[in-house]
Write a protein that binds this ligand. Structure first.
Ligand SMILES: [Zn+2]
Ligand SMILES: [Zn+2]
Ligand SMILES: [Zn+2]
Length: 186
């Protein structure tokens, strides 16, 4: 029963991804096809399932708009800006006035389901929601993908260095630009 539902869902995701990817192709200067060297439907399904679990555990409402915004952020591994999200949502009937969409984004950030990439003022899905971690990212200058970097020891080092100066570190973001493995292979 569960697998049947997921199957239907995956087809749904694929259907809107095709349309949305066409939009991305039009808007972005550089489009790197080989960056989809994995089953991205899987990433999306995992992210939505994790969000459902997390909201159920915390007693939070995973409203249709919150769900849709999360889906749109997960369209790819490229950070997506608020305007692009609003554009996509405009044609849909989910009560997606800008303040509502911003609140949905805040909700997703606060609950660790997405991250904001400061240097791009854009959002990207969190690949391990529900786990405490810092926002460390490797951002590819060629394909635009942002990959989470798991480096707890780095956070410890920064917090330790800050503490030596009597500074209590609270939030940390690290955005490293470069070229990803897929683009280096190309
Ligand atoms: Zn993916
Ligand atoms: Zn994350
Ligand atoms: Zn790349």
């Amino acid at each position: 029963m569960v697998s049947g539902r997921n199957g239907a869902y995956n087809r749904l995701v694929s259907a809107w991804q095709i349309g949305a990817n066409r939009d991305l192709v039009k808007k972005s200067a550089k489009v790197v096809v080989h960056s989809h060297s994995h089953d991205h439907d899987h990433c999306v399904a995992d992210a939505l399932a994790a969000a459902e679990r997390l909201c159920a555990t915390k007693g939070l409402r995973f409203t249709p708009l919150r769900r849709r915004v999360l889906e749109l952020v997960w369209l790819s591994h490229k950070p997506v800006g608020a305007y692009a999200l609003l554009d996509k949502l405009r044609s849909e009937d989910l009560g997606s006035a800008p303040p509502t969409v911003y609140r949905a984004l805040d909700f997703l950030i606060e609950n660790g389901l997405i991250h904001r990439i400061e240097r791009m003022n854009a959002f990207v899905g969190c690949s391990h929601p529900g786990e405490a971690h810092r926002g460390f990212f490797l951002i590819c200058a060629d394909c635009g993908n942002a990959e989470e970097l798991e480096a707890a020891e780095l956070g410890e080092a920064i917090a330790g260095g800050a503490a030596k100066r009597g500074f209590t570190a609270r939030e940390m973001t690290l955005e490293v630009t470069g070229v990803c493995a897929d683009c280096r292979k190309a």
